[in-house]
Design a protein around this ligand. Structure first.
Ligand SMILES: *[C@@H]1O[C@H](CO)[C@@H](O)[C@H](O)[C@H]1NC(C)=O
Ligand SMILES: [Zn+2]
Ligand SMILES: [Zn+2]
Ligand SMILES: [Zn+2]
Ligand SMILES: [Zn+2]
Length: 374
């Protein structure tokens, strides 16, 4: 369920509160909103249509899907001019009249398609794998067709990924909710697409609802953890850094307590928490936290590990606060020099990581020079 607000006044209703329209299941905070929506909000016109579509959730998914497809086709209009769909061979879709999209790694005349055709293909492949009860790996690779191009195998991005997200959700929304994995995966695809298209408010709302649903279904802490991490990412994207920090602290504490099998996962949580501490200007806390974590991370991950590299980078940043002593800035500069030359070698000079470290090194050097002058 992703409709968690009153259809008339938008008051939050959670998963179960409110009053449903007896015909179409549209939810309201109470009889007053329901009556007003019927008389003035146009629900008297829509109710039948919504019921016919399969209820409020399905109708919402269909509507959002249609909107998202036209946004995607519009964004691709320039690129797709004069081309045809590699699936149905037409320029305009015979039934929906939608335009073409392409946002993957395909080049030349390859890879143009209608979102509807891509969605239909993905659905057929997944249905087939379900019906024949194929191996997990095959099912997984078929499921990937909801997010990746079947020709170049690269993930779609931006508004195209978002349109496929709504397509996926509209396809599986009517599956039963009880720990049904395909429905959960479909919400995941939608959330991912919304995030990639920069629609973080919508994504956050969906993920918070997902979290409540998972709690109610009694999912394991490990499974809940993944959803909480996603919520933290949304909050960061929305600039809600203090709330994100609180979640990062909880995620780290939970990972540590659960003793996750793969140490790499734990140190991603350490990394993300340290980043949150820096984002909220808690440099002193970040510094002592990382001082404690770095030796353990080095033992667990090995000296050449990517996460270790980023932890050390954050440690250097924690030494460069506005109130930092000259010694701290000197330590940071030395460390950033080492990291910068490693990054140039490992990632190449034009890589964003290498460029980022270089920028921070320049900043630390300026800071060091000005502290010598004074
Ligand atoms: C850590 O942060 C990155 C960047 O925000 C995010 O993509 C990733 O999912 C996070 N991982 C965890 C486990 O929180
Ligand atoms: Zn209301
Ligand atoms: Zn109704
Ligand atoms: Zn087509
Ligand atoms: Zn492609």
């Amino acid at each position: 369920m992703i409709l968690t607000h009153c259809a008339a006044c938008a008051a939050p209703l959670g998963l179960a509160l409110g009053k449903k329209c007896g015909r179409c299941s549209t939810r309201y905070c109470g009889p007053a909103c329901q009556e007003q929506h019927w008389k003035e909000g146009g629900h008297d016109q829509l109710c039948k249509l919504i019921k016919k579509a399969g209820g409020a959730e399905q109708y919402n998914a269909n509507t959002k899907y249609t909107e998202a497809v036209s946004v995607a086709a519009e964004a691709c209009a320039e690129d797709t001019k004069g081309q045809t769909c590699y699936i149905c061979t037409q320029a305009l879709h015979w039934k929906t009249k939608e335009g073409l999209v392409r946002m993957c790694a395909c080049r030349g005349t390859a890879g143009f398609a209608h979102v509807s055709c891509l969605a239909e293909q993905a659905k057929i492949l997944v249905d087939d794998a379900e019906e024949r009860n194929l191996d997990y790996e095959i099912r997984d690779s078929r499921w990937a067709r909801w997010t990746a191009c079947g020709l170049c195998e690269q993930e779609y991005h931006g508004v195209v990924l978002c349109a496929l997200g709504w397509a996926c959700w509209k396809t599986y929304v009517s599956r039963p909710e009880d720990s049904n994995t395909i429905r959960t995966c479909a919400i995941g695809v939608l959330a991912h697409g919304l995030g990639d298209a920069g629609r973080h408010e919508e994504r956050l709302q969906i993920q918070q609802t997902q979290f409540s649903t998972q709690m109610r279904l009694g999912l394991s802490e490990q499974e809940l953890l993944a959803t909480r991490c996603n919520i933290a990412v949304c909050l960061e994207e929305l600039g809600r850094d203090e709330e994100a920090l609180a979640l990062r602290r909880e995620c780290y504490a939970t990972s540590k307590r659960l003793n996750v099998a793969n140490p790499g996962d734990l140190y991603i949580d350490v990394l993300n928490l340290s980043k949150s501490l820096l984002d909220t200007h808690r440099h002193t806390e970040a510094r002592s936290f990382l001082r404690e974590q770095l030796p353990k991370a080095r033992r667990a991950l090995g000296p050449a590990d990517d996460t270790l590299f980023k932890l050390r980078w954050n440690y250097a940043l924690s030494l460069c606060d506005t109130g930092a002593s000259r010694e701290d800035v000197l330590e940071a500069t030395t460390l950033l020099e080492e990291l910068s030359s490693t990054a140039q070698r490992v990632y190449g000079p034009s890589n964003p990581v290498a460029a980022g470290v270089k920028r921070d090194l320049a900043h630390a050097r300026r800071k060091l020079a000005s502290s010598t002058d004074s």
